[in-house]
Write a protein that binds this ligand. Structure first.
Ligand SMILES: [Zn+2]
Ligand SMILES: [Zn+2]
Length: 117
């Protein structure tokens, strides 16, 4: 059974979301420790192979961006925009690369069959 009565157990190196696994990374927004399980956080690909990590709480906050009277509403919207732009750029790059590979393969095939003639 779990021992829930110790307030300080949370202060140990436990994931802020599940309070179960040990901390591997911190949320890039609020800085809370996360175990990096999918159920605890969202990981976005970042440039330079870095990862942008958001805890569930911050993801929820960003998803509730339509909440009025939030002062940092713009900031959150910007953040989400930034993330999706980065995702888009990354996807685009991948598509470009696979396109190029495909073209190269076709070219190789062509020149090979030509030289066989
Ligand atoms: Zn966790
Ligand atoms: Zn967070």
């Amino acid at each position: 059974m779990y021992n829930h009565h110790s307030i300080f157990s949370k202060q140990e190196d436990r994931c802020n979301e599940c309070d179960e696994k040990s901390i591997k990374e911190c949320c890039n927004k609020c800085g809370e420790g996360l175990c990096l399980r999918e159920s605890c956080c969202q990981i976005f690909p970042h440039y330079n192979r870095e990862l942008y990590i958001l805890c569930n709480e911050c993801v929820t906050i960003i998803e509730q961006k339509l909440r009025p009277t939030t002062v940092d509403k713009c900031d959150l919207r910007l953040l989400k925009q930034k993330i999706s732009k980065r995702m888009e750029a990354k996807v685009k790059k991948l598509e470009e690369v696979s396109e190029r590979v495909r073209e190269q393969k076709q070219d190789n095939h062509k020149s090979k069959s030509n030289s066989n003639n």
